[in-house]
Write a protein that binds this ligand. Structure first.
Ligand code: FES
Length: 152
């Protein structure tokens, strides 16, 4: 049986009807067509599904959508300002912070949170904070460089 759910997603209020067992990740991708948020493992191990909930990063695969009632969710689609990329998106492009790109939305959402939460003061700190975001192509050094540039 579906239940009502109200959220703000990328600055827009949405009212939905969802099955209680649907994850935020599946809600975003399948009901709202926000497919920028990726599904890698679907159990909290890869970080591909990272989004912000009231400004804090979360793994969208680990939370039921109904648990986010009333929250402000930001996905990778909500980061740019119209046509203008977010500075972190610019920095990923400039520093080649990706190869295949599958993990990139999650990496960028974590990277923005890394700076916002004050964990970008050294390379070690950045690597520690970003350790939940796996990149199979191994773009890690370039990702660290991108974050370092935006931080400074
Ligand atoms: Fe959520 Fe891997 S899909 S952490």
């Amino acid at each position: 049986e579906k239940v009502p759910l109200t959220l703000e997603i990328n600055g827009k209020k949405v009212q939905l009807s969802v099955e209680p067992r649907v994850t935020l990740l599946d809600l975003l991708r399948e009901q709202l067509d926000l497919t920028g948020t990726k599904k890698g493992c679907d159990y909290g191990q890869c970080g591909a599904c990272t989004v912000h909930s009231d400004g804090e990063r979360i793994n969208a695969c680990l939370t039921f959508a109904v648990m986010q009632e009333g929250k402000k969710i930001t996905t990778i689609e909500g980061l740019a300002d119209g046509e203008k990329l977010h500075p972190m998106q610019e920095a990923f492009v400039k520093h080649d912070g990706f190869q295949c790109g599958y993990c990139t939305p999650g990496q960028i959402m974590s990277a923005v949170a890394c700076i916002r939460e004050g964990h970008a003061n050294s390379e070690d700190e950045i690597r520690e904070y970003m350790s939940g975001n796996i990149c199979r192509c191994g773009a890690y050094s370039n990702i660290v460089n991108a974050i370092t540039e935006v931080k400074n």
